[in-house]
Ligand binder design. Structure first.
Ligand code: ADP
Length: 189
């Protein structure tokens, strides 16, 4: 199995590059952000997730881990999975290792997209024009997402670095250029 963690701050281009990667490598794409947004808005779970995401805060680990495991289990015959937006905390990374380990599986590598902060803010505000996402439209919420990324999520890169699985990729350039860099990293193994 080719199991990739696609990593980077909000606005780094994870969703865009995932689209390219699923076609190229024939993988299943699991984005926890997309899963939360696809929940029935009337459900308690959707309301709970939205109460965090609208503010730019992370949804609690126990809820997110459950949602992720449930989503992975829907694809028992996948050739591999792109994890987009998960794990976002060290507790999630540990839970994912345990979950995959039970199936004799593991993460192949983490691709970390590197993008400067000013560029992220510009991209998110631009995305707000089409995404309709409350968490993209407000500069204060964007600041909070980036701050939470630095505090809670950035350490996850060290988790994979310690396993020799971290691959840093320059996330500035055209979509095709960045995709080329990602493929190079994946093909090298
Ligand atoms: P981004 O553009 O910030 O990468 P996502 O679409 O991945 O956005 O996620 C949107 C929101 O969903 C996050 O700000 C967070 O509230 C919630 N979320 C997504 N993935 C996770 C996760 N792994 N752990 C906790 N919360 C998450």
């Amino acid at each position: 199995m080719l199991n990739l963690v696609l990593f980077g701050p909000p606005g780094a281009g994870k969703g865009t590059q995932s689209e390219n990667l699923i076609n190229h490598y024939g993988l299943v794409h699991i984005s926890t952000g997309d899963v939360f947004r696809a929940l029935d808005p009337a459900s308690d779970l959707a309301k709970l997730a939205k109460s965090y995401s609208d503010k730019g805060d992370l949804v609690p680990d126990d809820v997110t881990i459950q949602i992720l495991e449930n989503e992975v289990s829907k694809h028992p015959n996948a050739k591999g999975v792109i994890y987009d937006g998960f794990p976002r905390t060290n507790a999630q990374a540990e839970a994912l290792d345990k979950f995959l380990g039970k199936k004799g599986d593991s993460i192949s590598m983490m691709i970390a997209l590197d993008v400067a902060e000013e560029e992220l803010k510009t991209r998110l505000l631009k995305r707000a024009e089409v995404s309709g996402r409350a968490d993209d439209a407000d500069p204060e919420i964007i600041e909070n997402r980036i701050a939470n990324y630095k505090r809670q999520t950035a350490p996850v890169a060290d988790f994979y670095k310690a396993q020799g699985k971290l691959r840093l990729v320059n996330g500035i350039g055209s979509i095709d250029e960045i995709f080329g860099r990602i493929c190079e990293a994946v093909d090298k193994g």
